[in-house]
Design a binder for this molecule. Structure first.
Ligand code: C5P
Length: 386
């Protein structure tokens, strides 16, 4: 795992050095960003020696070497430790006043913050409000704990111990070491070199699932049909056009522990795609396009010699949603079917109402943002594999 560590100003920063050792022993590749405040408590040299990498501090110097966007994209996870009150305030309000805060705004990797400050500062409504904002946005927290402070007083605000910070980081990544294969988007089935048959799938749900699995620590291979949504961070993306290309890319990605087939794969393709553009002849009847059946990727993966441990399909239906999903589960041999009613504005929209159909029953989830469906599905997958 590529871990980006942000060290901001607190007397507890010395404990971060012990955390770096533990993280590296656990096999993590660590790069550090030091804020000006952080540099008053630990030196660049000790962080560089312990991480084995150059330390980044100055926004403009970083631009010359690796760049804040590259650094933000490089990370599989970001740990802010110690996170000072000032750092948390800047994170909460999206202020980009230095390299650390700029990278935090640019990254799509999961963020874990370990606050450290005086109890009065921790308990101040301003800090508590910032913490609530960050939590709502998905930032995870390790600590602070109760205990003696540097000043002769005691209370909440004490930095977590390095071992507890590592445990929090690993616990936030229950799918670490797992490989997940996700299909997303529509397929394009050529009629001739310029025309194709497609559907209205945007790839939003499949891409969100890939991102959510990656956020839980999985190594994710996303096989995507043509979409305009951006590639999720920290995910290996293979772009394909047709169903047959999608199947080949999926089989090439095996073995995998998890397969989530969210793509809206075309059921049929024109049997003989013209090598040249079909010409409109004056007075001639429109061409009859003979169709051939496409391979079923979900069913193929579910029956594969290298079958992923958990195979999840989708069922986009406009009627009898649950019954059709149950039939699909049996017919395709998958473990779960995520059933959704696409009679409304689901395709291309930002929200989804789904039902999780398994052999043991049906879970009805409320209507929610596709990102939330993805996060909940990823958490459910992690639970099933635990
Ligand atoms: O049969 P239907 O298209 O409704 O099944 C939907 C599920 O099957 C989805 O998970 C979809 O990704 C998958 N599928 C597939 N290959 C196909 C058709 C559907 O993987 N050719």
């Amino acid at each position: 795992m590529k871990l980006l560590l942000i060290v901001s100003g607190s007397v507890a920063a010395f404990k971060t050095l012990a955390f770096v050792r533990l993280a590296r022993t656990a096999g993590m590749d660590v790069r550090a960003i030091l804020t000006d405040g952080g540099a008053r408590f630990v030196t660049r040299e000790s962080l560089a020696a312990l991480t084995g990498n150059p330390v980044h501090q100055d926004l403009w110097a970083a631009e010359e070497s690796i760049g804040h966007i590259k650094l933000a994209r490089w990370a599989d996870a970001v740990v802010v430790a110690p996170a000072s009150a000032n750092m948390l305030a800047r994170m909460a309000h999206g202020l980009t006043t230095d390299l650390a805060s700029t990278v935090l705004l640019a990254t799509r990797a999961p963020v874990l913050a370990a606050p450290a400050m005086n109890p009065a500062m921790w308990e101040h409504p301003a800090t508590q409000h910032n913490i609530a904002l960050l939590r709502a946005r998905g930032v995870a927290f390790a600590g602070p704990v109760d205990g003696p402070m540097a000043e002769p007083e005691s209370g909440p605000g004490r930095f977590v111990e390095p071992e507890a910070l590592l445990a929090a980081l690993q616990g936030a990544r229950p799918l670490a070491g797992r490989h997940a294969l996700v299909t997303s988007g529509p397929t394009h089935e050529p009629i001739d070199p310029v025309r194709y048959i497609a559907n209205r799938s945007s790839g939003k749900q499949g891409h969100a699932i890939a991102a959510a699995l990656a956020a839980l620590g999985a190594r994710v291979t996303l096989v995507s049909g043509p979409v305009t949504v951006p590639d999720p961070a920290g995910v290996a993306v293979h772009r394909v056009e047709s169903a047959r290309e999608m199947l080949a890319a999926c089989e090439a990605a095996l073995p995998a522990d998890i397969a989530v087939c969210a793509a809206a794969v075309a059921d049929w393709r024109p049997e003989n795609a013209g090598v040249q553009k079909l010409k409109k002849q004056p007075g001639a009847a429109p061409p009859a396009i003979a169709m051939a059946l496409n391979p079923d990727i979900l069913a193929t993966l579910a029956a594969h010699a290298q079958r992923p441990h958990l195979v999840v399909g989708f069922a986009a239906e406009t009627e009898h949603v649950i019954r059709h999903a149950q039939e699909k589960l049996t017919r395709k041999g998958c473990d779960w079917v995520v059933a959704n009613d696409v009679s409304g504005d689901v395709m291309g929209g930002a929200e989804n109402t789904v039902h999780i159909v398994t052999r043991s029953g049906v879970e009805d989830w409320p209507r929610m943002a596709k990102n939330d469906v993805a996060a909940r599905l990823a958490a459910r997958i992690a639970e099933a594999l635990a």
